[in-house]
Write a protein that binds this ligand. Sequence first.
Ligand code: PRP
Ligand code: URA
Length: 213
Amino acid sequence: MKSYENVTIFNHPLIKHKIAILRNEKTSMKEFRELIEEITTLMTFECLRDGVPTVECRVKTPLEECTQTVVRDNAIVIVPILRAGLGMVNGIHVLFPSARVGHIGLCRNEETLEPYEYYCKLPDGIENKLVLVVDPMLATGGSACDAIERLKARGCKNIKFMSVIGAPEGVSRVAEAHPDVEIYVSTLDRCLNEHGYILPGLGDAGDRLFGTK
Ligand code: PRP
Ligand code: URA
């Protein structure tokens, strides 16, 4: 895949270790859910390295008063793409417990692979926040592009997208369609199969998170 300025692919041994367990078809639903959360937390740490809105405050230690930097309240909104994106929300809430959550429900048509929307509920004021769109799988990129377009139509200007596993086709599509959106993918896989599934991938993330197969 060509390299893009707005794409970060993680190459961290801790994430690789967790991805190896996540891919295993024998990994239980509980462990799968926990791993998705843990990987999301690790990714969020890096994704927000330079991008968290902060404010300064005064803190009194037992010895003296000093100026400190803290994360600004209510600065971040998490937007999972339903269903599988829900599995990543807790991994961010661990770091930002008060982050509000907007939901975009998209489902891929199994033949056309085009996403269709069945639900959308976003917090008031989202257009002025840092919006973290999350979905564990970035396959053709159709769902990610659709969600980002909806958020832009709503006025959001500061959007980052995080995905656990990406296919080169999908990463390129989102990177080119939305050069202003930073894209974070923990692992870049080889390709898509004829049904739009990522290879080697991990199967259907929603089914594995929620036990629907
Ligand atoms: C999966 C996945 C993404 C989408 C990725 O969702 O969670 O949202 O496919 O594919 P794309 O990049 O080709 O759009 P799915 O439509 O299977 O719904 P689910 O999360 O409810 O299982
Ligand atoms: N959605 C998934 O859950 N898995 C894939 O491999 C592709 C899309």
